[in-house]
Design a protein around this ligand. Structure first.
Ligand SMILES: O=c1ccn([C@@H]2O[C@H](COP(=O)(O)OP(=O)(O)O)[C@@H](O)[C@H]2O)c(=O)[nH]1
Ligand SMILES: O=C(O)[C@@H](COP(=O)(O)O)O[C@H]1O[C@H](CO)[C@@H](O)[C@H](O)[C@H]1O
Length: 321
């Protein structure tokens, strides 16, 4: 590990229990705080998460000023459940309809930049099964107390749903794709225990200067780009203990892995560290065994291309007529 990363680990790693919501509320010095939940078909969990944030961190302690749910083309009643729990809900495609629509989680997060009013934004996945308000408090701690910190990632044990105590079987794409890639090409980021964690917080003015990769490339893209633009010492991580969420299937994570690989490739090409004689294919062929008598394997193709939204600040506000 690079010596600067060892020093960073010591200086920029804290724990959720190091931060008290009441003390942070007293010290936020007028900074507005918005919690943003990107949600696609999360009606089973989004209401509980929003209710816990609202009750503990809006009503009991005035730390969070706004809870925003970005309904990311849900086909269930996510929006209704989130609104009933007290969130302000926006439909992803209803934000900046003057722009061509974008895709995936990265689009939902980028669109939140146009509606969230906070000076600090906290992003929380809406499929969490283990959410507690100290997830938010922990992420806010370094940002409220240290002006030199611009972005904070969660870290935690990640047991697959239903396997409590099996600390390391979750975070499959992290362990098999993202961590190896980051150690190979961005070793300054090797100190992040969970580089793909879906819980993170940042200063809105910094995030509005960043491009957002579509789909599941958004977390790796932000981490690499923030390292480049803000420097390692502006980044931090907070240990939130354990995180359980609704896990995707392994084939679906194959698509995510490809999107993350495309994201890393885009950054290597952009920086001139990678020169290609031919581009990378974006079609991922996967297989299922046929249910027919012969039980032969049947291929099916998944698209894994990523796109990228420009920094929100680079777009002129729409002309309201
Ligand atoms: O197109 C999408 C895909 C995902 N999500 C949300 O992003 C979060 C993380 O997505 P997911 O749970 O699918 O990823 P995983 O945690 O399994 O890697 C969840 O709140 C999803 O509802 C979203 O808003 N739009
Ligand atoms: O870290 C990972 O490997 C993936 C999948 O986690 P699991 O294997 O289902 O625990 O989950 C994360 O990655 C996504 C891509 O960055 C994020 O969007 C998710 O929020 C995060 O859960």
């Amino acid at each position: 590990m690079l010596p600067e990363v060892e020093a960073w680990l010591d200086r920029r790693t804290s724990r959720a229990q190091d931060w008290d919501a009441g003390v942070l509320a007293e010290n936020k010095q007028g900074q507005r705080i918005t919690v943003v939940l990107p949600a696609r078909n999360e009606s089973a969990t989004v209401g509980t998460i929003v209710t816990r944030i609202r009750t503990a961190l809006c009503e009991q302690v005035p730390l969070v000023d706004e809870i925003v749910v970005i309904d990311s083309r849900s086909t269930d009643n996510t929006a209704e459940v989130a609104a009933r729990a007290g969130a302000t809900v926006y439909h992803q495609d209803a934000i900046r309809p003057d722009l061509p629509p974008g895709e995936g989680k990265g689009e939902a997060l980028w669109k939140s930049l146009f509606v969230a009013t906070g000076d600090i934004l906290v992003f929380v996945d809406a499929d969490l099964l283990s959410f507690t308000p100290d997830y938010v408090t922990g992420l806010l701690g370094p940002l409220i107390t240290d002006p030199d910190v611009a972005y904070v990632k969660a870290c935690y044990d990640r047991p697959l749903k239903g396997t409590p105590g099996q600390t390391y079987n979750g975070g499959r794409v992290t362990e098999l794709v993202a961590r190896p890639l980051l150690n190979q090409y961005w070793p300054q980021l090797a100190g992040f225990v969970q580089p793909l964690s879906g819980e993170y917080a940042g200063r809105a003015d910094v995030l509005r200067r960043m491009p957002f990769v579509s789909h599941y490339g958004v977390e790796l893209g932000l981490l690499v780009d923030l390292l480049e633009s803000e420097g390692l010492d502006a980044l931090a991580q907070v240990d939130l203990g354990v995180r359980e969420h609704t896990n995707q299937t392994t084939p679906d994570l194959g698509v995510m892995a490809a999107q993350i690989q495309h994201t890393a490739r885009s950054r290597l090409l952009r920086s001139g560290r990678l020169v290609e004689t031919a581009g990378a294919a974006t079609t991922l062929v996967q297989y299922v065994r046929s249910e027919a008598v012969d039980g032969a394997y049947v291929p099916y193709a998944r698209e894994t291309a990523i796109t990228e939204r420009p920094p929100a600040d680079s777009l002129a506000e729409p002309v309201l007529i």
